[in-house]
Design a protein around this ligand. Structure first.
Ligand code: MAN
Ligand code: CA
Length: 340
């Protein structure tokens, strides 16, 4: 009996602990600084963005971009607009992570356009046809594409990344499908909670993660090794509308220098002359993305949660069985007493 009671108490404690762990696991981890990351203020963009409403210390902006106290609006919900913000200081860090909180919203419940882009490019402040910025760029473009221009059978919005070497064109009519190095389906329009993206570039691996489901934790969009991006390029964001429109708002940008544990020799290497490119190219986007072929499923956080849930259920069943057996034995004993 005593052993049963101890087991019962122990199990209850474990269940409560695991349930608390499941409930609290990863809470708002997306809003915390990444491990090994050092915030760089000169590449970040946080409130108050401007002391005079006209200028920002480390950033330029142009076209329809509007500064307010609470957000930076790249385009408003009107047709044929472009806008952009560009950091002023060339970035000489090899390993970094950028976390951007954004809000894309508009009157169209299911349709808005065209999206926005986050850039790390040689060129800056040049408007053009790629989400409000110039084509044939050198460097990285990450596109938050809300409108399907192409005929492919994929669901939108899609997040797509492309590395340009100055001569590759972004193909608007196929939503950049042919030159994408990775993509995923991402429903981020008209959310009433915070929506964030993390772009992490450490040891030549580009990883894109999202927090767009109101869970406060990162989920991987895709990861691609062998991405070559030189130092000395600029960070920027741009957006565009067409016949359809959306408000494309930036809430903040937090930029971290990441400690990649590089050797002194590596640190001394000159990466400013490296040509932008990708050493291993996946086949272009195919329709498997549409049925969620695992872009979001290999999240280790959900795997861990599932494990905890199974442990909880097993322990719960165990406790029920033990309690059942004890009650049964007690009744048997009482019955026996009644007979004698
Ligand atoms: C028009 C064009 C396109 C744009 C759509 C949606 O068809 O401006 O380039 O993608 O509107 O805005
Ligand atoms: Ca598009």
């Amino acid at each position: 009996m005593e052993r049963c009671r101890i087991f019962y108490k122990f199990s209850i404690n474990i269940i409560v602990f695991l349930c608390l762990l499941v409930a609290s696991d990863g809470q708002d981890s997306s809003q915390m600084a990444p491990e090994g990351g050092f915030l760089k203020r000169e590449y970040s963009l946080t409130k108050p963005y401007s002391s005079n409403g006209m200028t920002m210390p480390f950033w330029d902006f142009r076209d329809r971009t509007m500064l307010t106290n609470n957000f930076i609006r790249l385009t408003s919900n009107h047709q044929a607009e472009v806008g952009s913000v560009w950091n002023k200081i060339p970035l000489y860090l090899r390993d970094w992570e950028m976390q951007v909180q954004f809000k894309v919203h508009g009157g169209g419940r299911t349709l808005g356009a065209d999206g926005f882009a986050i850039w790390y490019t040689k060129e800056r402040m040049t408007p053009g046809p790629v989400f409000g910025s110039r084509d044939e760029f050198h460097g990285l473009g990450v596109f938050f594409d809300t409108y399907k221009n192409g005929p492919q059978a994929v669901t939108f919005p899609q997040i797509t990344a492309m590395v340009g070497n100055g001569s590759v064109k972004y193909d608007h009519m196929t939503d950049g499908k042919s030159n994408a190095i990775g993509s995923c389906l991402a429903s981020f329009r008209n959310k009433d909670y915070d929506t964030l993206v993390s772009i992490k570039y450490v040891k030549e691996t580009l990883q894109i993660r999202l927090d767009i489901d109101g869970l406060g934790e990162w989920r991987e969009c895709f990861s691609m090794p062998g991405v070559k991006l030189p130092t000395g390029y600029f960070i920027g964001m741009s957006a565009a509308t067409g016949d359809l429109a959306d408000n494309h708002d930036l809430i903040n940008v937090k930029f971290f220098h990441m400690d990649a544990g590089r050797s002194a020799e590596e640190e001394a290497e000159d990466w400013s002359t490296v040509l932008p490119g990708v050493s291993y190219l996946k086949p272009p986007i195919d329709n498997r993305d549409d049925v969620g072929s695992g872009d979001f499923r290999n999240s280790s956080v959900s795997g861990f949660k599932l494990f905890l849930l199974v442990v909880c259920i097993l322990l719960g069943v165990g406790v029920c069985v033990v309690v059942g057996v004890v009650v049964f034995q007690k009744r048997q004993a009482q019955n026996r007493k009644r007979f004698y």
